[in-house]
Design a protein around this ligand. Structure first.
Ligand code: HEC
Length: 155
């Protein structure tokens, strides 16, 4: 009995103990392990809490996103489009259709190849998010990210 009790306790402990070395709570493990594939990413309807809208598709694996716990990814740019969005639209190399930061974010998620942010790798951000994120989810992502700002000195 005591042994079973101990095993149960241990199992409970590993389930509940905070583990800061693990990256995004939902995306960690499987997705961060390089298995970020469309089969593994659930459909995001947009009704989920904002944290899940970013975490389920695995955005935190590659991006740092203010206000999203565990979103410390370094592969892509920090998602602070309130600060960086206008610069992208003004970039001489920008050839997309967007006229507003909001539309630029939606475009960046649906067609990452349209404009590759200078200094970051191309063909790295998944190009299949259009089949995993509902229109509502995309709207919420854009509405959230266009609000995120950060002073130059913090970057
Ligand atoms: C496997 C890594 C990876 C994942 C996962 C990923 N991205 Fe990206 N993302 C990148 C890279 C690299 C870039 C920069 C190159 C480019 O523009 O394509 C980028 C660029 C962006 C940009 C443009 C940023 C800017 O500063 O102009 C946005 C917006 C964006 N990603 C949003 C998202 C969102 C939202 C998700 C989740 C639904 C996501 N990304 C998932 C790698 C990723």
């Amino acid at each position: 009995m005591a042994v079973i009790g101990l095993i149960l306790l241990h199992a409970l402990w590993t389930l509940w103990a905070p583990n800061p070395s693990q990256t995004p709570p939902n995306a960690g493990g499987t997705i961060a392990g390089g298995a970020l594939s469309p089969e593994r990413v659930p459909l995001v309807t947009g009704e989920e809490p904002i944290i899940d809208i970013f975490t389920r598709p695995g955005c935190p694996v590659c991006h740092t996103i203010p206000g999203i716990p565990g979103a410390n990814g370094q592969v892509g740019p920090r998602l602070i489009l309130g600060t960086t969005g206008e610069q992208r639209l003004k970039d001489p190399g920008y050839g997309g259709q967007a006229k507003t930061v909001h539309d630029y974010i939606v475009e960046s998620v649906l067609e990452p190849g349209r404009f590759v942010v200078p200094g970051y790798p191309e063909r790295t951000m998944p190009a299949w998010y259009g089949s995993k994120l509902s229109a509502l989810a995309l709207e919420k992502i854009a509405a959230y990210l266009e609000q995120q700002t950060e002073p130059e000195s913090a970057r």
